[in-house]
Design a protein around this ligand. Structure first.
Ligand code: HEM
Length: 317
């Protein structure tokens, strides 16, 4: 995480040597560790991981509840995961907007790509959905006019640095992909907030487990944080292009002369094969465990009695 943040916002280094032999050396260890984006990136990614875990627990237990299986464990586990998911869904909006502030300050070309904003003399809109045409340098869609200007400058008319402020070779080329990935992440973030708050409201009304459609949606919701994490990652990395280290080292200059192109292709194919095998194995084993259900190492009556006594959440409504 620190290394990745350093690539986005390098700090605590100096350059030794010149040309192809130039390299960055650490001059201040803590400035490097706490570079301008590391804390906000770490919290945002951490919460993304908590959301992935909480929604997995919600999903598995929604499935059990739908199948009317293992209810004495499924209902309380579902409720605990819902509390965690609600808290972190809201927290993710907060850390996400902190990250966006940081990007506005440290990587303005990335921010401009995230909202498809080209003209530096104009106020910047905030799109809910849209499409960027990088050739005509236009972005169309449903938007809040001046929304990005307001977020950054608290003024809907304030101009925001656009992509045209950067030379063509210094800005991301895949603007529409960055835009789409960013908006997918945010749409999912909002959907997670809506879903968890609605579920909490149903819980308060004592109807949490009565709405079949809600349980079905929650069973599938496991996919949402996974998608948002990938979309966020694409936003951060594709938005950083054309740099490997922002403002310092271009991706095109970062190739290693001692590794040939076919070696790179070969290792990519191998990695893809290994990770695909691990993924298939993971899904197979996870599915087997879920179908099997919880392993009880105490008599059933004891578990039910203990869970009712120890936890007020476990009212089995
Ligand atoms: C709710 C609204 C959200 C906002 C405003 C937001 C904002 C942002 C921003 C601005 C970035 C780019 C950071 C950078 O390049 O330095 C980012 C990256 C990211 N986001 Fe979000 N985000 C939101 C929701 C989510 C959700 C729900 C998840 C996952 C469950 C998520 C996971 C990520 C990840 C994994 C990254 C990549 C971090 C990295 O590798 O640098 N975000 N987000």
């Amino acid at each position: 995480m620190v290394a990745n943040s350093w690539q986005q916002t390098p700090a605590g280094y100096h350059i030794v040597g010149e040309g192809m032999h130039a390299r960055a050396e650490i001059t201040d260890f803590w400035a490097m560790v706490f570079n301008p984006s590391s804390v906000e990136r770490l919290t945002h990614v951490w919460i993304g991981a908590f959301l992935a875990g909480a929604f997995l627990v919600i999903s598995v237990n929604a499935y059990y509840i739908l199948k009317k299986k293992h209810l004495e464990i499924a209902k309380p586990a579902f409720k605990i995961a819902l509390v965690v998911a609600t808290f972190f869904s809201l927290a993710q909006l907060f850390t996400g907007s902190k990250s966006a502030d940081g990007v506005a300050k440290n990587q303005p070309a990335k921010l401009a790509a995230m909202e498809g904003h080209y003209d530096s003399s104009a106020a910047a809109d905030m799109f809910l959905v849209g499409w960027v045409n990088n050739k005509t340098q236009t972005t169309n869609g449903i938007k809040i006019p001046g929304g990005l200007s307001f977020l950054i400058h608290q003024d809907i008319k304030a101009p925001v640095t656009g992509l045209n402020a950067f030379k063509k070779e210094d800005r991301p080329s895949q603007v529409n992909t960055v835009f789409q990935m960013y908006h997918l992440m945010i749409a999912i973030g909002m959907a997670l907030i809506a879903l968890t708050l609605y579920s909490c409201w149903q819980w308060k009304k004592g109807k949490l487990f009565e709405k079949r459609w809600l349980l079905i949606v929650l069973a599938w919701s496991v996919l949402l944080p996974q998608l948002a994490n990938q979309a966020g990652w694409f936003t951060a990395e594709m938005g950083r292009q054309p740099w490997v280290v922002y403002g310092l080292l271009r991706t095109s200059d970062a190739l290693s002369r001692s590794v040939a192109a076919n070696q790179v292709v070969f290792s990519l194919i191998l990695f893809t094969l290994v990770y695909t095998t691990l993924f298939v194995l993971f899904i197979y084993l996870m599915n087997k465990k879920i179908k099997h259900g919880p392993v009880y190492d105490a008599p059933q009556e004891l578990i039910e009695e203990g869970s009712k006594r120890d936890n007020p959440l476990l009212d089995h409504k």
